[in-house]
Design a protein around this ligand. Structure first.
Ligand code: ATP
Length: 266
């Protein structure tokens, strides 16, 4: 269904993504790991067409995604909804309105300006919030919610688009371990219950192991690992992170208590 072929993005002399290829033949939950600057965000942003590719192809169900222009590009962007580390909500707006913004690309400007939302959409927004366990927050301003709740609002907004896939760029990097767990569980459920593909950039190895069916490891723009969590041995992880023998998984962990169990010595 998704084929990324020799995808490359250069920024001047810097190659952010270098000849990356992978195929996904059924909806799965994929974690993309690698250290800061490895090219994870650029890869996701190219899939979503937020960033242009320098070379390569992306095919979805046989169609050339990088060739989409205008309305076709917008349709594609609603097919692969993106969520971000910083949630990207409108802080002073209430939660339901933020979720309804997920339908913006199929609404007229006038309807949006006057805040005229179809009743069906409002009901659907509340249903989605309920599914994510935050329906009671619906009338509150987004800024009044905790980080984990705000990220669930962002997921709800993405689901309003009824996307085939969700691209999550460091969805839990700003969250404490408890909230990180709630958000990852929400993404996993969306994958399992709705059959949507989820591709999430993750800083932490244990999160990728625990929630993903497949892990792609990036180093210096290149895909250096593509396999199951079971194949992701400490040696492989060391290679992805470019670390030496003192590498400890706990150093990349958000798991509650991981650092206490495996202290990292400086
Ligand atoms: N708009 C841009 N202009 C110039 N260079 C960029 C731009 N976006 C990314 N880069 C560079 O491309 C490389 C890959 O960055 P990218 O953000 O994709 O990595 P990442 O793995 O997502 O890192 P992080 O986890 O820190 O977000 C980095 O060297 C970065 O500086």
């Amino acid at each position: 269904m998704l084929a990324v072929e020799q995808l490359t993005r250069r920024f001047g002399a810097n190659v952010a993504v270098d000849n990356a290829s992978f195929t996904v033949d059924r909806p799965m939950m994929i974690g993309v790991i690698g250290r800061s600057g490895a090219g994870k965000s650029t890869l996701l942003r190219m899939v979503n067409r937020l960033t242009d590719a320098s070379a390569g192809r992306i095919l979805f169900n046989g169609e050339d995604v990088l060739g989409y222009r205008g309305a076709a590009k917008r349709r594609w962007q609603s097919q692969c909804a993106m969520i971000f580390q910083q949630f990207n909500l409108v802080p002073r707006m209430d939660v339901v309105t933020n979720v309804l913004h997920g339908t913006l690309n199929r609404r007229s400007t006038a309807a949006t300006l006057f805040n005229l939302w179809p009743e069906d959409d409002i009901h659907r927004a509340i249903e989605i919030l309920d599914r994510l366990g935050i329906a009671e927050q619906a009338p509150k301003r987004a800024e009044a919610l905790s980080g984990g709740q705000q990220q669930r609002v962002a997921i709800a907004r993405a689901l309003m688009q009824d996307p085939a896939m969700i691209l999550a760029d460091e969805p839990i990097a700003s969250l404490d371990p408890m909230n990180a767990q709630v958000v990852m569980q929400a993404l996993r459920r969306i994958h399992e219950e709705d059959g949507r593909m989820v591709i999430a950039n993750l800083h932490t190895l244990d999160t990728a192991r625990r929630y993903c069916d497949r892990v792609i490891g990036m180093r210096d723009g290149r895909i250096v690992f593509d396999g199951t969590p079971a194949q992701l041995t400490t040696g492989v992880a060391r290679d992805i992170y470019g670390a030496d023998a003192s590498f400890s998984e706990a150093a990349t962990s958000t798991e509650i208590g991981a650092l206490e169990r495996h202290p990292v010595h400086a």
